[in-house]
Design a protein around this ligand. Structure first.
Ligand SMILES: *Cc1c(COP(=O)(O)O)cnc(C)c1O
Length: 358
């Protein structure tokens, strides 16, 4: 096998969902599976989360929602964060998905397309509480209350925290206050609607942030800020070749690394086309728990590692890139990014293995 192996532990995924659901109870825990389930594979991740007990799912785009509906079948609730655009009408009308409408013009567009729906469409309403991306402003909420959602049924009122990964930030309490006030006004007009503010970070901020429904994403996949998460993702790559490089020779593009001693350099078959960012600095791989540092530039399809201190290594042997010795967030820190970006950049050239939940 000449490809790197990406292993996704569905048992750990399910355990992470259950742990977050326990923290959130009695609020409901949904599951956020946008961007191909944070790079982990929607077709395997979504059924595992449904089996663990998740009944409500969130994606970003309507097309992702349609794919999720095919995977899950009828039953589970699917919300689409990006809301309603007229070009997605057919997807919404035929896949039983709920747009999280985020502006009066989105709601207007949906209301003028009601003819396409068999029953009044159920929708979420995204309200602004401080992050200033999507959502109805206070004035727009007032207009919505006055006009009603005419022909649509509001089943969710949500907003999103800007600094939930920093528990001490005063912004969290300010956003919570704004959301509580504004959502209560809307719920008077839509008594059945669930209220939701928290993603992974907000879930960990405690009960005042949970309202009726929490929307964890990254924590399910083992990423920070859920420090107690079980590891879901393991990435290993087989050695393609090992060569001797005499002291003074250079390795790779730009001759960017010079051997200071007679060295043994291994080649691994993954590169920036696989989401292994060219800006990564100071990354190590691990051979049986012992580090073998990356040297030289990261190419499109390969990287080079210093194996001088591993005299007995052979081609074909697997080196750990993500695993017990290096987390997604530790790798992310090597190029100044966050675990979210490492996960969602995981390439589709890996051989994927799934460990089933029991
Ligand atoms: C992505 C997203 C989430 C999930 O966030 P995590 O930090 O990954 O838990 C929740 N809500 C909204 C609106 C999102 O866009």
């Amino acid at each position: 096998m000449s490809r790197p192996i990406l292993t996704i532990d569905l048992g750990a995924l399910a355990a992470n969902w259950r742990a977050l659901a326990d923290i959130a109870a009695p609020a409901e825990a949904a599951a956020v599976v946008k961007a191909d389930a944070y790079g982990c594979g929607l077709d395997r991740v979504a059924p595992a989360l449904a089996a663990a007990g998740a009944k409500t799912f969130f994606v970003a785009q309507a097309l992702e929602g349609a794919r999720l509906r095919r995977i899950l079948g009828p039953g589970p609730v699917i919300y689409v964060f990006n809301g309603f655009m007229p070009s997605d009408l057919e997807l919404f009308a035929s896949n039983d998905m709920r747009p999280v409408v985020s502006s009066p013009s989105q709601l207007k567009a949906l209301r003028s397309a009601l003819y396409a729906f068999e029953a009044p469409p159920k929708i979420g309403v995204h309200i602004e509480s401080g992050i200033n991306r999507l959502g109805f402003t206070s004035e727009e909420i007032d207009l919505l209350r006055a006009d009603g959602a005419g022909g649509c049924e509001i089943t969710l009122v949500m907003s999103h925290l800007a600094m939930a990964d920093e528990p001490s930030a005063g912004m969290n309490a300010r956003q919570r206050g704004a959301f509580a006030g504004r959502s209560a006004l809307l719920r008077a007009a839509a008594p059945g609607a669930q209220l939701s503010l928290a993603a992974t970070g907000g879930t960990l901020l405690g009960a005042p942030f949970h309202f009726d429904l929490v929307r964890p994403g990254v924590g399910l996949y083992g990423g920070l800020p859920f420090g107690a998460a079980k590891r879901v993702v393991t990435l290993e790559a087989p050695l393609l070749q090992v060569r001797r490089v005499p002291a003074g020779d250079t390795v790779g593009y730009g001759a960017a690394w010079t051997a200071r001693r007679d060295s043994r350099i291994g080649v691994l078959p993954l590169g920036y086309a696989d989401g292994f960012f060219r800006t990564l600095k100071g990354v190590k791989t691990y051979l049986r728990g012992r580090p073998a540092p990356l040297v030289g530039r990261i190419s499109m399809d390969m990287v080079t590692v210093d194996l001088t201190d591993h005299p007995d290594v052979q081609t074909g042997q697997l080196l750990e890139i993500l695993g017990p010795n290096q987390s997604v967030d530790q790798l992310a820190a090597c190029c100044g990014t966050i675990g979210y970006e490492v996960l969602t950049a995981l390439g589709d050239r890996y051989q994927r293995r799934y460990i089933e939940a029991d």
